[in-house]
Ligand binder design. Structure first.
Ligand code: URA
Length: 257
């Protein structure tokens, strides 16, 4: 058995344990030995190409499960397609939004609408391309809307709780150096706690030991164009560049978006 399929088996087992509320997962000595035998050697892990390839395989296997997910029957029947995530499986930075909107549902890619265009601009101003970072949402389906209505609705706590395990798998596979939660809903989906942007943004939090920066959702900046608000988001991005020890130009320091 190859490492990605072994891992997939373990993840499926853990999911079952979680779903069935068994609190003490255990594995036989034989299972552990098989996993150890198939796990890549530490030197292989440092072989970035094979590591990247195994991440691609693992993400593809999660994506395949997401594509046929019907855990929220109302979303499964209303979506055009699921919107999994996009970018570098080895990304240092992973951006997390709330849910696909109408454009993302149509194109199958997160953050491609107006808010997405602003996010892309922010990523470029940081010195990256979209393909360098990873972008995903808490929800992989567009929250359904009453027939004939426009706009998007926020995901419900139950929808986020149901979909969250997929995001957790994505984070575990990608192992970014920094996570960025875009807006209070993304924070709630990821951490399970509600808070205001006023108290949450602009400082480091942690998700399972990974540094987490909380900042505004780009859609908020489309609604509120005040330069002071844009500058706040940009200062959060500067903190990320500093943490990753990336060079910051004078132009970047003074950037307002
Ligand atoms: N808003 C989000 O939170 N995610 C998207 O993919 C698009 C808009």
């Amino acid at each position: 058995m190859q490492f990605p399929s072994a891992l997939e088996t373990v993840l499926a087992m853990l999911e079952r344990i979680r779903d069935e509320n068994i609190h003490r997962p255990c594995a036989s000595r034989g299972t552990l030995e098989t996993l150890n035998r198939n796990a890549p050697h530490k030197n292989d892990i440092n072989n970035s190409e094979s590591f990247r390839e195994s991440k691609i395989d693992m993400l593809a296997s999660v994506q395949a499960r997401v594509a046929v997910c019907t855990k929220c029957p109302h979303l499964a029947s209303s979506r055009t397609q699921t919107v999994f995530g996009v970018g570098n499986p080895d990304a240092e930075i992973m951006f997390i939004g709330e849910a696909p909107g109408v454009d993302e549902d149509a194109q199958g890619e997160p953050f491609v609408g107006r808010a997405g265009q602003l996010l892309t601009k922010i990523i470029k101003a940081m010195g990256f391309a979209r393909k360098d970072v990873y972008i995903a949402n808490i929800l992989k389906c567009r929250p359904d809307m009453p027939a004939g209505s426009f706009g998007n609705r926020a995901p419900t706590p139950l929808e986020m709780q149901t979909c969250r395990p997929y995001l957790v798998e994505q984070i575990d596979i990608i192992q970014p150096k920094v996570l960025v939660a875009l807006g209070a809903t993304a924070v709630e989906g990821l951490l399970g706690s509600r808070g205001t942007m006023r108290e949450l943004r602009g400082r480091w939090h942690s998700y399972n030991g990974t540094p987490l920066m909380i900042t505004y959702h780009p859609a908020y900046l489309l609604r509120n164009q005040a330069p002071s608000e844009k500058r706040k988001l940009w200062e959060d991005m500067l903190q990320i560049l500093e943490r990753l020890e990336k060079p910051i130009s004078e132009k970047q320091r003074n950037y307002f978006l």
